[in-house]
Write a protein that binds this ligand. Structure first.
Ligand code: NAD
Length: 497
């Protein structure tokens, strides 16, 4: 069986704790790999390596940093397929989707290649006689990232390329469910010329995470995962004096107005609800049909959903793969099983589905629930599976109020031909990312990604300008080069002359 170790100080380091976790191929249900689970002492070793590397990396030239990042971009580009294969083998998503994940992660490496422009400071000359003021941004030191299973390459890439471009060194704790992609990311970074210790990977579970949260040499923590853990990370890291951004879960609503192109809306709903088996934080999991659109929209969604081909992610014919674990599959199924008793109409029931020849895989079919009451568990919880809830609203205002009453505020979308309604929606909806006829509005790399309410704890969204801001701190330098005519003691508060 393959063993996934840690990556510390520029090399693979075997686990020393004696503790391992299983990594399963979701399509077969077989445990293919064991992943080392770090002890607190192993986390300390990684942080110590990162701290040592920061001594030179923190003051390295922008030219040196970007030269590594450009080489890294080329290597990642050349290894897209390898990364995608690792992702499919451990996460289960179909190969084309895994390639998409790598491409979106590469965007942030490309952003980091342009860090020279992002880190330009500001200078005001002659703010007073012979006084100049410069604002600069400097790295924080050692920063940590803790990432979820659903994007094992992209979410780490949201974090560390920008963090190291800003001059920090990094310790990543990937999801223990699909850790291999992170190790390849680290190996390629070293091949690109990244000095040892600048980027480290410690595998592990809560033990490793909690040590990172309390370690005195960790200056900041970026987290992406579920809401309860995001809340814990935010509280604990902040209580330990760290800067923290913690992105949580979601229930993303798509509002469909009566004037929308219903075929386009149904295409979008199916793609966004069932892509990656619904295991995306930006998946559309609730459609709100306004006016009399509901029946026609549900019929169109059902027709499309019935045709989706489910199978192993490495089969090019598959459009949707299995879920990450058997336990998660059973939990997702329980929402569908319980939906009718809670008042929903079960239009498609994906429970009990299996794939011939892969009977032990973590399969579930597509489920579609209509007229779901807001009190039903299927609506109230983040299911994180291929289950789409449709709710009905009489008016735009009613639909908007429903969306805004959700505790989450990650992404949302409106489908309409009415520019005025779309404009109102983008201003009135309480969510961090809004799509207008775009179902999954994940911002491009040079804008920032993040939700509102229980979808993000902290002040900064991730990547883009917010990312640069998060991974640096500001300093303002006031300079006077005295002229022979200056001089004399002045006890007054400094003011402009
Ligand atoms: P998770 O919260 O279970 O795990 C995320 C990370 O936290 C993992 O590295 C895990 O090892 C660690 N962790 C888990 N339990 C912990 C604990 N008790 N103490 C300390 N650390 C712990 O999330 P997941 O199941 O891996 O990922 C799915 C979730 O992530 C979904 O809720 C999804 O919406 C969310 N997500 C959000 C975004 C976003 O940008 N907002 C992006 C991707 C995923």
């Amino acid at each position: 069986m393959k063993t996934v170790s840690h990556w510390i100080g520029g090399r693979a380091v075997e686990g020393a704790s004696g503790s391992y976790g299983p990594v399963t191929d979701p399509a077969t249900g077989e445990v293919t790999t064991r992943v080392a689970l770090a002890s607190a002492a192993e986390v300390d070793t990684a942080v110590a390596n990162a701290k040592e590397a920061y001594r030179s990396w923190g003051t390295s030239s922008l030219a040196a940093r970007t030269s590594v990042l450009f080489a890294y971009r080329a290597l990642l580009d050349a290894h897209r397929e390898d990364l995608a294969r690792l992702i499919t083998a451990e996460h289960g998503k179909v190969h084309s989707d895994a390639l998409g994940e790598v491409a979106r992660g590469l965007e942030i490496v490309e952003l980091a290649c342009g860090i020279t422009t992002q880190l330009k400071g500001e200078l005001s000359t002659e703010v007073s006689s012979r006084v100049d003021v410069a604002a600069i941004r400097q790295p924080l030191g050692v920063v940590a990232g803790i990432t979820p299973f659903n994007f094992p390459a992209m979410v780490p890439l949201w974090m560390f390329p920008l963090a190291i471009a800003c001059g920090n060194t990094f310790v990543l704790k990937p999801s223990e469910k699909d850790p291999s992609a992170a190790l390849l990311l680290a190996e390629l970074a070293q091949r690109a010329g990244l000095p040892d210790g600048v980027f480290n990977v410690v595998n592990g579970d809560k033990v490793a995470v909690d040590r990172l949260l309390e370690h005195p040499d960790v200056a900041a923590v970026s987290f992406v995962g579920s809401t309860p853990i995001a809340r814990h990370i935010h509280r604990t890291a902040a209580a330990n004096g760290k800067r923290v951004q913690a992105l949580g879960g979601a229930k993303n609503h798509m509002l469909v107005l009566p004037d929308a192109d219903l075929d386009a809306a149904a295409d979008a709903a199916v793609s966004a609800a069932y892509g990656s088996a619904g295991e995306r934080c930006m998946a559309v999991s609730a459609v709100v049909a306004v006016g009399d659109t509901g029946d026609a929209l549900v019929a169109r969604i059902r027709d499309r959903a019935e045709k989706i081909k489910i199978g192993p992610g490495n089969d090019p014919a598959s459009e949707m793969g299995p879920l990450i674990t058997r336990e998660h599959r059973d939990k997702v199924a329980s929402y569908v099983t319980g939906a009718a008793a809670q008042g929903a109409e079960v239009v498609l029931d994906g429970t009990g589905f299996t794939v011939e020849g892969y009977e032990n895989g973590h399969w579930i079919g597509l489920s579609l629930l209509d007229k779901v009451p807001v009190t039903a568990d299927a609506y109230r919880d983040e299911i994180f599976g291929p289950v789409l809830c449709v709710l009905r609203a009489a008016t735009y205002e009613e639909g908007l109020a429903l969306i805004n009453s959700s505790p989450w505020g990650n992404g949302t979308a409106i489908f309409t031909r009415d520019g005025g309604a779309a404009r109102r929606f983008q201003l009135e909806v309480q969510a961090g990312m809004v799509g207008v006829n775009v179902p999954i509005p994940v911002p491009v790399g040079y804008h920032s990604f993040g939700g509102w309410k229980d979808s993000l704890f902290g002040d900064h969204h991730i990547y883009g300008n917010d990312g640069v801001h998060f991974y640096t701190r500001g300093k303002v330098v006031t300079t006077r080069w005295p002229d022979p005519q200056d001089g004399g003691v002045d006890l007054g508060f400094p003011s402009h002359r």
